[in-house]
Write a protein that binds this ligand. Sequence first.
Ligand code: ATP
Length: 370
Amino acid sequence: MAGIDIEGLATVYPNGVRAVDGLDLHVADGEFFALLGPSGCGKTTLLRTIAGLETASEGTVRIDATDVTRTEPGKRGVAMVFQDYALFPHMSVAENITYPLKVRRVAAATRTETAERTAGELSLQGLLERRPGQLSGGQQQRVALARAIASEGKVLLLDEPLSNLDARLRLEARTFLKKLQRDLGITTVFVTHDQAEALALADRIAVMESGKLRQLGSPREVFARPTNTFVANFIGSTPMNLLPGKVSTSAGTPADSESVNGAVGVVSVAGGSLPATTISTPAGAEVTVGVRPEYLTLTTSDIPGPAIRGTVVVAENLGTQSLVTVDCDGTLIGVTVPEETEPAPGTPVTLTAPLTRVLLYTKDTGDLLT
Ligand code: ATP
Protein backbone atom coordinates (compact mmCIF):
# COMPACT_ATOMS: atom_id res chain seq x y z
CA MET A 1 0.00 0.00 0.00
CA ALA A 2 1.58 3.29 -1.08
CA GLY A 3 -0.41 6.17 0.29
CA ILE A 4 1.12 9.57 1.00
CA ASP A 5 0.65 11.28 4.36
CA ILE A 6 1.60 14.89 4.81
CA GLU A 7 1.41 16.54 8.22
CA GLY A 8 2.05 20.16 9.16
CA LEU A 9 4.25 20.55 6.08
CA ALA A 10 5.95 23.88 5.36
CA THR A 11 8.59 24.60 2.73
CA VAL A 12 10.32 27.94 3.14
CA TYR A 13 12.77 29.17 0.47
CA PRO A 14 15.97 30.95 1.57
CA ASN A 15 14.39 34.28 0.55
CA GLY A 16 11.74 33.71 3.22
CA VAL A 17 8.84 32.76 0.88
CA ARG A 18 6.64 30.16 2.62
CA ALA A 19 5.69 28.41 -0.62
CA VAL A 20 3.99 25.58 1.32
CA ASP A 21 2.54 26.92 4.52
CA GLY A 22 1.32 24.33 7.01
CA LEU A 23 -0.38 21.63 5.02
CA ASP A 24 -2.08 18.36 6.00
CA LEU A 25 -2.98 15.93 3.24
CA HIS A 26 -3.63 12.22 2.76
CA VAL A 27 -3.42 10.66 -0.69
CA ALA A 28 -4.85 7.15 -0.70
CA ASP A 29 -3.16 4.14 -2.25
CA GLY A 30 -3.93 4.00 -5.96
CA GLU A 31 -5.54 7.43 -5.99
CA PHE A 32 -5.25 9.89 -8.90
CA PHE A 33 -4.84 13.15 -7.01
CA ALA A 34 -4.62 16.68 -8.43
CA LEU A 35 -2.92 19.73 -6.91
CA LEU A 36 -4.70 22.70 -8.41
CA GLY A 37 -4.35 26.43 -8.00
CA PRO A 38 -3.25 29.67 -9.61
CA SER A 39 0.33 30.41 -10.57
CA GLY A 40 2.57 30.80 -7.52
CA CYS A 41 0.24 29.06 -5.03
CA GLY A 42 2.91 26.46 -4.19
CA LYS A 43 1.78 23.36 -6.14
CA THR A 44 5.17 22.63 -7.70
CA THR A 45 6.97 23.26 -4.43
CA LEU A 46 4.65 20.79 -2.68
CA LEU A 47 5.25 18.15 -5.38
CA ARG A 48 9.02 18.72 -5.22
CA THR A 49 8.95 18.46 -1.42
CA ILE A 50 7.16 15.10 -1.68
CA ALA A 51 9.85 14.02 -4.17
CA GLY A 52 12.65 15.28 -1.91
CA LEU A 53 13.87 17.86 -4.43
CA GLU A 54 13.04 20.59 -1.92
CA THR A 55 13.66 20.21 1.81
CA ALA A 56 10.72 20.44 4.21
CA SER A 57 11.22 23.22 6.74
CA GLU A 58 8.51 21.89 9.06
CA GLY A 59 6.32 18.80 9.28
CA THR A 60 6.56 15.31 7.83
CA VAL A 61 6.09 13.42 4.57
CA ARG A 62 5.29 9.70 4.76
CA ILE A 63 5.18 7.43 1.75
CA ASP A 64 3.85 3.93 2.21
CA ALA A 65 3.78 4.61 5.98
CA THR A 66 7.54 5.33 6.07
CA ASP A 67 8.77 8.75 7.16
CA VAL A 68 10.81 10.03 4.19
CA THR A 69 11.06 13.68 5.27
CA ARG A 70 14.86 13.47 5.44
CA THR A 71 15.34 10.69 2.87
CA GLU A 72 17.20 11.53 -0.34
CA PRO A 73 15.06 11.67 -3.52
CA GLY A 74 16.44 8.45 -5.07
CA LYS A 75 15.47 6.40 -2.03
CA ARG A 76 11.87 7.59 -1.57
CA GLY A 77 10.30 5.21 -4.10
CA VAL A 78 8.91 8.09 -6.18
CA ALA A 79 9.10 8.61 -9.94
CA MET A 80 8.67 12.14 -11.23
CA VAL A 81 7.80 13.45 -14.68
CA PHE A 82 8.84 17.05 -15.24
CA GLN A 83 6.97 19.64 -17.27
CA ASP A 84 9.71 19.69 -19.95
CA TYR A 85 10.03 15.85 -19.76
CA ALA A 86 13.83 16.13 -19.13
CA LEU A 87 14.68 13.41 -21.68
CA PHE A 88 18.33 12.81 -22.59
CA PRO A 89 18.61 14.04 -26.21
CA HIS A 90 21.63 11.86 -27.10
CA MET A 91 20.00 8.61 -25.91
CA SER A 92 17.51 6.44 -27.78
CA VAL A 93 13.95 6.06 -26.50
CA ALA A 94 14.85 2.62 -25.12
CA GLU A 95 17.90 4.02 -23.30
CA ASN A 96 15.86 6.89 -21.92
CA ILE A 97 13.16 4.56 -20.64
CA THR A 98 15.61 2.21 -18.93
CA TYR A 99 18.06 4.81 -17.64
CA PRO A 100 16.88 4.50 -14.01
CA LEU A 101 17.40 0.73 -14.25
CA LYS A 102 20.91 1.21 -15.66
CA VAL A 103 21.76 3.45 -12.71
CA ARG A 104 20.64 0.63 -10.44
CA ARG A 105 22.87 -1.79 -12.45
CA VAL A 106 19.98 -3.95 -13.64
CA ALA A 107 21.16 -6.52 -16.25
CA ALA A 108 20.95 -5.51 -19.94
CA ALA A 109 18.57 -8.34 -20.88
CA THR A 110 16.11 -7.27 -18.16
CA ARG A 111 16.38 -3.66 -19.32
CA THR A 112 15.55 -4.61 -22.92
CA GLU A 113 12.58 -6.61 -21.71
CA THR A 114 11.36 -3.67 -19.57
CA ALA A 115 11.79 -1.22 -22.47
CA GLU A 116 9.70 -3.43 -24.75
CA ARG A 117 6.98 -4.06 -22.18
CA THR A 118 6.70 -0.41 -21.15
CA ALA A 119 6.75 0.75 -24.78
CA GLY A 120 3.81 -1.60 -25.35
CA GLU A 121 1.88 -0.13 -22.41
CA LEU A 122 2.49 3.42 -23.63
CA SER A 123 1.93 2.88 -27.38
CA LEU A 124 5.58 3.54 -28.21
CA GLN A 125 6.21 0.31 -30.17
CA GLY A 126 8.44 0.87 -33.16
CA LEU A 127 9.97 4.04 -31.69
CA LEU A 128 12.51 2.49 -29.31
CA GLU A 129 15.55 3.26 -31.50
CA ARG A 130 14.63 6.92 -32.15
CA ARG A 131 16.09 9.91 -30.35
CA PRO A 132 13.72 12.29 -28.48
CA GLY A 133 14.29 14.96 -31.17
CA GLN A 134 12.69 12.64 -33.72
CA LEU A 135 9.41 12.36 -31.75
CA SER A 136 6.23 14.44 -31.53
CA GLY A 137 5.42 16.28 -28.29
CA GLY A 138 2.86 13.64 -27.35
CA GLN A 139 5.34 10.83 -27.96
CA GLN A 140 8.01 12.59 -25.89
CA GLN A 141 5.54 12.94 -23.07
CA ARG A 142 4.81 9.21 -23.21
CA VAL A 143 8.55 8.41 -23.14
CA ALA A 144 8.89 10.51 -19.99
CA LEU A 145 5.94 8.61 -18.47
CA ALA A 146 7.42 5.29 -19.62
CA ARG A 147 10.71 6.13 -17.90
CA ALA A 148 8.87 6.99 -14.68
CA ILE A 149 6.85 3.77 -14.81
CA ALA A 150 9.87 1.59 -15.69
CA SER A 151 11.63 2.87 -12.57
CA GLU A 152 8.96 1.02 -10.56
CA GLY A 153 8.37 3.79 -8.04
CA LYS A 154 5.53 3.34 -5.58
CA VAL A 155 4.29 6.82 -6.33
CA LEU A 156 4.13 8.78 -9.58
CA LEU A 157 4.52 12.58 -9.39
CA LEU A 158 3.60 14.58 -12.49
CA ASP A 159 4.35 18.30 -12.85
CA GLU A 160 1.98 19.86 -15.41
CA PRO A 161 2.28 16.69 -17.55
CA LEU A 162 0.12 17.95 -20.42
CA SER A 163 1.04 21.62 -20.58
CA ASN A 164 3.50 21.31 -23.48
CA LEU A 165 0.95 19.70 -25.78
CA ASP A 166 -1.36 21.51 -28.19
CA ALA A 167 -5.10 21.51 -27.46
CA ARG A 168 -6.01 18.41 -29.52
CA LEU A 169 -3.06 16.29 -28.36
CA ARG A 170 -3.76 17.40 -24.85
CA LEU A 171 -7.23 15.87 -24.89
CA GLU A 172 -5.88 12.66 -26.37
CA ALA A 173 -3.06 12.51 -23.80
CA ARG A 174 -5.55 13.21 -21.00
CA THR A 175 -7.65 10.16 -21.89
CA PHE A 176 -4.50 8.08 -22.29
CA LEU A 177 -3.15 9.16 -18.91
CA LYS A 178 -6.41 8.44 -17.13
CA LYS A 179 -6.62 4.92 -18.59
CA LEU A 180 -2.95 4.21 -17.89
CA GLN A 181 -3.27 5.29 -14.26
CA ARG A 182 -6.36 3.12 -13.86
CA ASP A 183 -4.70 0.09 -15.44
CA LEU A 184 -1.51 0.42 -13.38
CA GLY A 185 -3.29 1.45 -10.17
CA ILE A 186 -0.24 3.51 -9.16
CA THR A 187 -0.74 6.31 -6.62
CA THR A 188 -0.37 9.48 -8.69
CA VAL A 189 -0.16 13.15 -7.72
CA PHE A 190 -0.28 15.64 -10.56
CA VAL A 191 0.09 19.38 -10.59
CA THR A 192 -2.01 21.54 -12.86
CA HIS A 193 -3.27 25.09 -13.05
CA ASP A 194 -5.98 23.94 -15.48
CA GLN A 195 -9.19 23.34 -13.55
CA ALA A 196 -10.84 21.47 -16.45
CA GLU A 197 -7.92 19.04 -16.53
CA ALA A 198 -8.14 18.45 -12.78
CA LEU A 199 -11.93 17.94 -12.94
CA ALA A 200 -11.57 15.47 -15.83
CA LEU A 201 -8.71 13.38 -14.47
CA ALA A 202 -8.62 13.36 -10.71
CA ASP A 203 -10.33 11.17 -8.14
CA ARG A 204 -9.81 14.04 -5.71
CA ILE A 205 -8.57 17.59 -6.02
CA ALA A 206 -6.72 19.80 -3.54
CA VAL A 207 -7.23 23.48 -4.38
CA MET A 208 -4.36 25.63 -3.05
CA GLU A 209 -3.94 29.36 -2.46
CA SER A 210 -0.80 31.01 -1.02
CA GLY A 211 0.73 27.72 0.16
CA LYS A 212 -2.45 26.65 1.96
CA LEU A 213 -5.22 24.20 1.19
CA ARG A 214 -8.54 25.92 0.38
CA GLN A 215 -10.63 22.83 -0.41
CA LEU A 216 -10.15 19.11 -0.74
CA GLY A 217 -12.76 16.97 -2.43
CA SER A 218 -13.98 15.03 -5.43
CA PRO A 219 -14.36 16.93 -8.72
CA ARG A 220 -18.13 16.87 -8.16
CA GLU A 221 -17.83 18.37 -4.67
CA VAL A 222 -15.46 21.20 -5.60
CA PHE A 223 -17.56 22.04 -8.66
CA ALA A 224 -21.04 21.85 -7.13
CA ARG A 225 -20.24 22.98 -3.59
CA PRO A 226 -17.15 25.15 -3.32
CA THR A 227 -16.56 25.83 0.36
CA ASN A 228 -15.31 29.37 -0.24
CA THR A 229 -15.56 32.07 -2.90
CA PHE A 230 -11.88 31.61 -3.90
CA VAL A 231 -12.59 28.03 -5.03
CA ALA A 232 -15.96 29.10 -6.49
CA ASN A 233 -14.14 31.62 -8.66
CA PHE A 234 -11.39 29.27 -9.70
CA ILE A 235 -13.39 26.14 -10.64
CA GLY A 236 -15.69 25.92 -13.65
CA SER A 237 -15.12 26.87 -17.28
CA THR A 238 -17.70 29.64 -16.93
CA PRO A 239 -17.24 31.50 -13.65
CA MET A 240 -19.78 31.14 -10.87
CA ASN A 241 -22.05 34.15 -10.40
CA LEU A 242 -21.15 35.74 -7.05
CA LEU A 243 -23.78 38.33 -6.20
CA PRO A 244 -24.26 40.65 -3.23
CA GLY A 245 -27.45 39.50 -1.47
CA LYS A 246 -29.56 39.92 1.62
CA VAL A 247 -31.47 37.17 3.43
CA SER A 248 -35.08 38.29 3.41
CA THR A 249 -36.92 35.38 5.01
CA SER A 250 -35.44 34.09 8.25
CA ALA A 251 -34.51 30.52 9.16
CA GLY A 252 -37.37 28.17 9.83
CA THR A 253 -39.89 30.09 7.78
CA PRO A 254 -41.08 27.89 4.97
CA ALA A 255 -41.21 30.04 1.84
CA ASP A 256 -42.66 27.39 -0.45
CA SER A 257 -43.00 23.62 -0.68
CA GLU A 258 -39.25 23.09 -1.18
CA SER A 259 -37.48 22.27 2.06
CA VAL A 260 -33.97 21.37 3.09
CA ASN A 261 -33.53 20.72 6.81
CA GLY A 262 -36.75 22.66 7.30
CA ALA A 263 -34.97 26.02 6.84
CA VAL A 264 -35.95 27.58 3.58
CA GLY A 265 -35.69 31.23 2.91
CA VAL A 266 -35.36 33.75 0.18
CA VAL A 267 -32.32 35.82 -0.58
CA SER A 268 -32.77 39.06 -2.45
CA VAL A 269 -30.27 39.97 -5.15
CA ALA A 270 -30.18 42.57 -7.93
CA GLY A 271 -33.25 42.08 -10.12
CA GLY A 272 -35.22 39.90 -7.69
CA SER A 273 -34.60 36.94 -5.39
CA LEU A 274 -33.61 33.27 -5.22
CA PRO A 275 -34.62 30.47 -2.86
CA ALA A 276 -31.90 29.61 -0.35
CA THR A 277 -31.24 27.41 2.64
CA THR A 278 -30.94 29.97 5.39
CA ILE A 279 -30.24 27.67 8.31
CA SER A 280 -27.48 29.85 9.80
CA THR A 281 -28.38 33.25 8.44
CA PRO A 282 -30.91 35.50 10.13
CA ALA A 283 -33.22 37.74 8.11
CA GLY A 284 -31.42 40.88 7.06
CA ALA A 285 -27.97 39.23 6.94
CA GLU A 286 -25.82 40.40 4.06
CA VAL A 287 -24.21 37.55 2.14
CA THR A 288 -22.55 36.67 -1.16
CA VAL A 289 -24.86 34.49 -3.23
CA GLY A 290 -23.15 31.90 -5.44
CA VAL A 291 -24.97 30.23 -8.33
CA ARG A 292 -23.37 28.59 -11.34
CA PRO A 293 -24.52 29.62 -14.84
CA GLU A 294 -25.21 25.91 -15.49
CA TYR A 295 -27.71 25.74 -12.61
CA LEU A 296 -29.78 28.79 -13.58
CA THR A 297 -32.83 28.36 -15.82
CA LEU A 298 -33.78 31.11 -18.26
CA THR A 299 -37.37 31.66 -19.42
CA THR A 300 -39.02 34.42 -21.38
CA SER A 301 -42.29 34.03 -19.47
CA ASP A 302 -42.95 35.46 -16.05
CA ILE A 303 -43.20 32.78 -13.39
CA PRO A 304 -44.31 32.86 -9.73
CA GLY A 305 -41.94 32.42 -6.77
CA PRO A 306 -38.40 33.66 -6.20
CA ALA A 307 -36.85 34.72 -9.51
CA ILE A 308 -34.55 37.31 -11.02
CA ARG A 309 -35.70 39.56 -13.84
CA GLY A 310 -33.42 41.19 -16.38
CA THR A 311 -32.61 41.90 -20.01
CA VAL A 312 -30.35 39.88 -22.29
CA VAL A 313 -27.11 41.71 -23.13
CA VAL A 314 -25.16 39.20 -25.20
CA ALA A 315 -24.90 35.45 -25.93
CA GLU A 316 -21.62 33.60 -26.55
CA ASN A 317 -21.46 30.25 -28.30
CA LEU A 318 -19.73 27.60 -26.16
CA GLY A 319 -20.33 24.67 -28.52
CA THR A 320 -23.40 22.69 -27.45
CA GLN A 321 -24.37 25.52 -25.10
CA SER A 322 -24.43 29.28 -25.10
CA LEU A 323 -23.50 31.57 -22.24
CA VAL A 324 -26.12 34.31 -22.00
CA THR A 325 -25.26 37.48 -20.06
CA VAL A 326 -28.30 39.11 -18.47
CA ASP A 327 -28.37 42.63 -17.06
CA CYS A 328 -30.33 42.49 -13.81
CA ASP A 329 -30.70 45.99 -12.39
CA GLY A 330 -27.13 46.82 -13.40
CA THR A 331 -25.61 43.51 -12.24
CA LEU A 332 -24.49 41.08 -14.97
CA ILE A 333 -25.49 37.44 -14.42
CA GLY A 334 -24.35 34.54 -16.61
CA VAL A 335 -26.64 31.64 -17.50
CA THR A 336 -26.00 28.75 -19.87
CA VAL A 337 -28.73 27.59 -22.26
CA PRO A 338 -28.80 24.88 -24.96
CA GLU A 339 -27.34 26.14 -28.25
CA GLU A 340 -29.71 27.94 -30.59
CA THR A 341 -32.22 28.65 -27.79
CA GLU A 342 -30.54 31.88 -26.67
CA PRO A 343 -32.86 34.90 -26.76
CA ALA A 344 -31.83 37.99 -28.72
CA PRO A 345 -30.16 40.93 -26.96
CA GLY A 346 -32.79 43.19 -25.41
CA THR A 347 -35.22 40.35 -24.59
CA PRO A 348 -36.73 40.55 -21.07
CA VAL A 349 -36.08 37.24 -19.28
CA THR A 350 -36.60 35.54 -15.92
CA LEU A 351 -33.94 33.46 -14.15
CA THR A 352 -34.64 30.79 -11.54
CA ALA A 353 -32.53 28.22 -9.69
CA PRO A 354 -33.34 25.20 -7.57
CA LEU A 355 -32.89 25.74 -3.84
CA THR A 356 -30.05 23.20 -3.57
CA ARG A 357 -27.96 25.04 -6.19
CA VAL A 358 -27.99 28.42 -4.47
CA LEU A 359 -25.01 28.78 -2.12
CA LEU A 360 -24.56 31.47 0.51
CA TYR A 361 -21.14 32.73 1.52
CA THR A 362 -20.19 35.13 4.31
CA LYS A 363 -19.68 38.62 2.95
CA ASP A 364 -16.38 39.19 4.76
CA THR A 365 -14.40 35.89 4.66
CA GLY A 366 -16.17 34.28 1.69
CA ASP A 367 -16.72 31.00 3.56
CA LEU A 368 -19.70 28.81 2.73
CA LEU A 369 -22.60 29.14 5.17
CA THR A 370 -24.44 25.98 6.34
P1 ATP B 1 3.25 27.80 -11.27
O1 ATP B 1 1.88 27.26 -11.61
O2 ATP B 1 3.47 29.18 -11.80
O3 ATP B 1 4.37 26.85 -11.54
P2 ATP B 1 3.17 27.01 -8.48
O4 ATP B 1 1.81 27.01 -7.88
O5 ATP B 1 3.73 25.71 -8.88
O6 ATP B 1 3.23 28.05 -9.67
P3 ATP B 1 5.60 27.38 -6.99
O7 ATP B 1 6.47 27.27 -8.20
O8 ATP B 1 5.60 26.25 -6.04
O9 ATP B 1 4.10 27.72 -7.40
O10 ATP B 1 6.01 28.72 -6.22
C1 ATP B 1 5.40 29.09 -4.99
C2 ATP B 1 6.04 30.38 -4.47
O11 ATP B 1 7.42 30.16 -4.18
C3 ATP B 1 6.02 31.53 -5.47
O12 ATP B 1 5.82 32.72 -4.76
C4 ATP B 1 7.41 31.48 -6.09
O13 ATP B 1 7.82 32.78 -6.51
C5 ATP B 1 8.26 31.01 -4.92
N1 ATP B 1 9.43 30.22 -5.37
C6 ATP B 1 9.43 29.15 -6.18
N2 ATP B 1 10.68 28.64 -6.33
C7 ATP B 1 11.48 29.43 -5.58
C8 ATP B 1 12.90 29.43 -5.30
N3 ATP B 1 13.70 28.51 -5.82
N4 ATP B 1 13.37 30.40 -4.50
C9 ATP B 1 12.56 31.33 -3.94
N5 ATP B 1 11.23 31.38 -4.14
C10 ATP B 1 10.69 30.45 -4.95
